[in-house]
Design a protein around this ligand. Sequence first.
Ligand SMILES: Nc1ncnc2c1ncn2[C@@H]1O[C@H](COP(=O)(O)OP(=O)(O)OP(=O)(O)O)[C@@H](O)[C@H]1O
Ligand SMILES: [Mg+2]
Length: 469
Amino acid sequence: MSRLDNYEVLNQLKYIDGITIIDNKGTILFTIKFNPIFHSEIREREEILGESLFTVFPSLNEKSSTLLNSLKTGRPIFKGKQEIVDFMGRKIETTNISLPIRAHGKIIGAIELSKERSKEDSISNNAIEINSEMFRGDKRLLESIRPERAKYTLKDIITDNEQMKNLKRLTEKTAKGNSPVFIYGETGTGKELFAQSLHNASNRAEKPFIAQNCAAIPEALIESILFGTIKGSFTGAENNPGLFEIAEGGTIFLDEINSMPIHLQSKLLRVLQDGYIRRLGDRNIRKVNVRIITASNKRPEDCVKDKDMRLDLYYRLCVMTLNIPPLRERINDIKPLLDFFISKYNVLLHKNITNVSKEVYDFLLRYNWPGNVRELEHIVEFAINQIDEWEDTLQMKDIEDRVKNFIKHSEEEFQIEPLKDAVARLEKIMIEKAINKTKNNVSQAAKLLEIPRQTLQNKIRLYEIVPKS
Ligand SMILES: Nc1ncnc2c1ncn2[C@@H]1O[C@H](COP(=O)(O)OP(=O)(O)OP(=O)(O)O)[C@@H](O)[C@H]1O
Ligand SMILES: [Mg+2]
């Protein structure tokens, strides 16, 4: 390992969540996990000491365990990626540093420091990580790039809503083909979830899934990142594959496609039409076999109208469109999602919430969910974080701080009052508007409001409306 590589790994690890030590037979000698997410898949610590690594983690094998690999090869493994399965059958991915332990010239065991790879790490940001590594032009780093696997499947999409169930069925059917798919949905509705699930439901599932957010990289780099470079094409450029080549045989997910510069959209069109890419500065073209999924939280028609997307690209990309409805239009999903997130954070944060007060539930049904499912998850995470251990019911006081603005707003607008007062208030607002619009001309205002002039005069007096000068 060069010093640069070590630096890269340490830089990426930043902190650790657990330590495990095994002897040369793979028996666990010591383990400590600082991150509650691990607690679900290991039993009591004492219980697993002296057990074989494979008994405790049935999902691991000699190949996939970085600890075992380090033991067998006698070499340190940095940045190894490992998947373990927790008690709910969910995958947890870790980044590990595994080192052999040597005594008197013999390898007597291995030690591993691990960090859980959060969703955020392994979803789109990973591609950016790959890109930034690519751009250092370091060959060894490039060789170490192993594209992420998509972790979500259709089963992870929780819903009780008919429209969503249809969408899942459509996704499953669409997955079997190769045509491009466009996913539209407001922020936090689950576009990435659908993109990964589609990949996993396709026969490309064993191949790479590469996600790239087009808005997250500087315009000048997008082309080289997507299509690659050849040595000398610009200062410092190396022979590097782009994401399309890295995704060979698999799926590329281009998020926020409407942020892709128009001139690059025509290059994308070429891949879509003939399946060829050209690395930056290359005279040759290369054949690629990659399925393209794109997403945007702006409607595709609006992208075209606002000239964010070429019309020809629109026709190509939107062969299949998945429209994910916002959460406020599927309120029967609130209950199952709420239950799911409560169990998730109960486990993660060692709480025991089993009920939700009627008040909270009614509120959640009324809420307008600007951040959709992600927002619901954040509200639950926030509440369970600060709730006391002995509490078993989620109450309004637990979520109030998170949703204060909405409550204030909705109370102002919707508080129940005698109907005649509410009507009078609206009447006053309308008259003021009409008077202002007509610059204090009562006859014209009366026409706009479609009432006799005298009636308007009476009401102006009644409501004490003072014309603005
Ligand atoms: N139906 C669902 N069941 C379970 N989890 C969901 C569901 N929909 C969304 N989520 C969760 O909500 C979060 C947001 O989902 P995701 O990142 O896929 O949204 P997005 O549409 O890509 O958002 P953005 O436009 O902001 O990128 C994720 O943590 C995801 O796992
Ligand atoms: Mg997304």
